[in-house]
Design a protein around this ligand. Structure first.
Ligand code: SF4
Length: 200
């Protein structure tokens, strides 16, 4: 059975799709089948909206203030479900909603998507990964090629128009120099950067 809702480090996550247009070198999907209290995050079949809502209703959210769209796939690949699930959570539960994303939603859907996403959630956390297009592509291997880096930055800038809580993240394994450059890039866009400790 695949976990749709799971807890990891006292945080609750929604795993709504296994689809992703990237092949990040450090993606946890390369080495593990699950994270935290989840047993398996790989779907045999992508979950329906009804299945996601049922999993949410069956989950014990005690001690939880925020839920995060982040699983074994890119949540914006299932954009309609993401928006519908957010509306469902807002209606039924007093929880803050964060989206962890690779920021490539505009390329995935071939249109601007920041406004609808930002209306649906309270925080957007975007994987910056690297401070320039060439090194970004070496790490992320996006299906859309080098234009992905600028598309991700534009998505972040667009999100800032609609939401105050927009963040970038990088993992510390990219090295001090790349972290410094990422910080400078994030500062130039007025978006806070969080440096995550890499846990394989
Ligand atoms: S974008 Fe996320 S889910 Fe997709 S390959 Fe990269 S780390 Fe994995």
């Amino acid at each position: 059975m695949t976990d749709i809702v799971y807890r990891y480090n006292n945080q609750v996550y929604f795993n709504i799709t296994n689809k992703c247009p990237c092949k990040c070198t450090f993606c946890i999907r390369n080495t593990e089948d699950s994270v935290g209290e989840a047993e398996n995050l790989w779907f045999e079949k992508e979950p329906t909206l009804e299945e996601i809502e049922a999993a949410i209703d069956a989950f014990d959210f005690h001690g939880c203030e925020e839920v995060v769209f982040c699983g074994y796939g890119e949540p914006t690949m299932a954009l309609d479900k993401l928006i519908a699930v957010s509306a469902y959570v807002r209606e039924k539960y007093p929880l803050r909603i964060r989206l962890n994303t690779n920021g490539l939603s505009d390329l995935i859907h071939k249109r601007s998507t920041a406004e609808e996403i930002c209306k649906a959630v309270d925080c957007v956390s975007i994987s910056l990964n690297m401070p320039d297009a060439a090194s970004y592509c070496e790490v992320v291997h996006p299906a859309f090629g080098e234009k992905s880096f600028d598309a991700m930055l534009n998505f972040a800038k667009d999100c800032k128009k609609y939401l105050s809580d927009v963040r970038f993240t990088v993992v510390d394994v990219i090295g001090e120099e790349n972290v410094k450059k990422s910080q400078a890039l994030a500062d130039s866009l007025g978006i806070p950067l969080r440096v995550r400790v890499y846990t394989p």
